[in-house]
Ligand binder design. Structure first.
Ligand SMILES: Nc1ncnc2c1ncn2[C@@H]1O[C@H](COP(=O)(O)OP(=O)(O)OP(=O)(O)O)[C@@H](O)[C@H]1O
Ligand SMILES: [Mg+2]
Length: 476
């Protein structure tokens, strides 16, 4: 059965209908500060919606305004992108630029990111379609299950060669009178009610299932493992598709199995593929993380992969090219690229000029202050403090944090960042873990059930470790 998970965004707040201001305020619910970066991504996204409303002759020439986000570690670059992904119904892929290698080297080729993005798009498009056909599929499945539980009278009696499970109440003999027919219908409806209420879930029925256990073969070709491997799997899959065997399973399992079958039958995969590709081409977003790791023009010595080489490979994709995916050709001209990096060692100007030109928007993310830390601890929808409270609540323990405790946690985090390495808001996670060590461990045995964490408690748990620089290097 299809389970609908409640989305994070209200139904009406779909990304493509949101104004930049709304996008920013949606991001505000999760990411503290970083106003400029939020505004930049909001505008970039809105521009694509605007482009799609243009006359086609003009739309082809409007290129996406790709973005580079610059900022040190742990200050929200990925977080902004992650949130954007969740609220968008655009295909979204996050990749590390440093994962790619030049053409000719073993490793992931840059085109694989487009293929991956297409897979994601296929998945969300298929998911949408399956929601569309869910109702119809459910009805079909219900009928099929009823047919199995109570084989139809005339038509193909004898086709179902099982009896023990189904004929306890009803016989499958020929119906020769309208009365019998009517009785049959009544029983069927009775069964339907029971089936819907789940009363029959534990019953066993036997059905035809397709054999699916084709051998796993891994092939690495010049295009990388994925492409070849997947195509091989498809071919083999088709080869084995025809074979079926009979299997007994519980009714609830059978429903799940048949739902999949029905969905496959009701969904036109060619149509899904076309829609998915169009979606990638017009609204796909690729988040290229760690772009700074491939900046720099020196090309090393020996057989090393050169960073410049990777940049040269990425260039056509950002500029617009056609990539062959297993669902068809994908044009990359209008895919939005958001690159991010700390740029501590290298600078955006160390990227090859052509690539720089393709990322016209630069935004710098600000370092986080103690004030920001306090807000990050408490304000976002699933802020750290709320997470810990909810986790402990599952064991009946209520934790209360006083205001001065929050101040103190933020202060310690800033202090450790300064003393050792600045890892931004990630420090809050290590600090919180240490702070709640005792409480987490005691868990259900904790007394009293109401725990109050104040500045003194924070001090007591953290001060010693923070003061000892060596210790904090390892523990916090
Ligand atoms: N501005 C912020 N608001 C709320 N939470 C934040 C913020 N910045 C960072 N965080 C928290 O810190 C964690 C790390 O942040 P994020 O993954 O965005 O870092 P980053 O900037 O991408 O760093 P890196 O350069 O290491 O990839 C996030 O999971 C998030 O919980
Ligand atoms: Mg990151």
């Amino acid at each position: 059965m299809v389970i609908y998970l409640a989305g994070e965004v209200d139904e009406e707040a779909r990304l493509d209908e949101m104004s930049p201001r709304q996008i920013v305020s949606e991001l505000d619910k999760h990411v503290v500060g970083q106003r400029n970066a939020k505004r930049a991504v909001a505008v970039a996204l809105r521009n694509r919606v605007r482009r799609q409303k243009l006359a086609p002759e003009m739309a082809v020439d409007v290129m996406p305004k790709n973005i580079i986000m610059i900022g040190s570690t742990g200050i929200g670059k990925t977080e902004i992108a992650r949130r954007l992904a969740r609220m968008s119904n655009s295909p979204f892929l996050k990749v590390e630029a440093s994962k790619f290698t030049e053409v000719g080297y073993v490793g992931r080729d840059v085109e694989s990111m487009i293929r991956d993005l297409t897979e994601i798009s296929i998945e969300i498009t298929r998911q949408e379609k399956s929601e569309e056909v869910a109702e119809k599929a459910e009805l079909n499945v219900e009928e099929r299950i009823l047919d199995l539980l109570l084989p139809p009278l005339r038509s193909n009696a004898g086709y179902f060669d099982f009896d023990s499970e189904t004929s306890e109440e009803e016989t499958t003999e020929e119906a020769d009178s309208p009365a019998k027919d009517e009785q049959f219908q009544r029983t069927r409806e009775k069964l339907r009610t029971q089936l819907r209420s789940g009363k029959l879930d534990n019953r066993l029925i036997e059905l035809e299932v397709r054999e699916k256990n084709f051998p796993v073969i891994e092939l690495a070709g010049p295009q990388g493992v994925e492409e070849m491997g997947i195509n091989m799997k498809d071919m083999l899959g088709n080869l084995f598709q025809g074979r079926t065997k009979r299997r007994k399973m519980r009714v609830d399992e059978a429903i799940e199995y048949m739902m999949q079958e029905e969905e496959e039958r009701l969904i036109d995969m060619d149509q899904v593929a076309r829609a998915a590709i169009e979606r990638v081409e017009n609204s796909g977003i690729i988040f290229l993380d760690e772009i700074d790791k491939i900046a720099g023009r020196e090309s090393g010595h020996g057989p090393d992969v050169s960073r410049e080489g990777v940049q040269r490979d990425i260039l056509p994709i950002v500029e617009g090219t056609t990539v062959n995916s297993r669902y068809g050709m994908v044009r990359t001209d209008h895919i939005l690229f958001i690159a991010a990096g700390a740029f501590h060692v290298s600078k955006p100007s160390d990227l090859i000029p052509e690539l720089q030109g393709r990322f016209p928007i630069r935004v710098e993310l600000e370092s986080l202050t103690i004030e920001d830390f306090k807000r990050i601890l408490t304000e976002p929808r699933n802020a750290l403090i709320k997470q810990y409270q909810a986790m402990m609540e599952t064991e009946g323990v209520t934790i209360e944090f006083t205001g001065d405790a929050i101040d103190s946690i933020a202060n310690f985090a800033a202090q450790v960042n300064q003393q050792t390495e600045d890892i931004g808001a990630r420090r809050l996670q290590t600090i919180m873990e240490k702070l709640l060590e005792e409480i987490s461990f005691e868990g259900p045995d904790l007394e009293p059930k109401k725990q109050r964490i104040d500045a003194a408690y924070v001090e007591n748990m953290l001060a010693a470790t923070v003061k000892d620089q060596d210790l904090s290097r390892y523990i916090l």
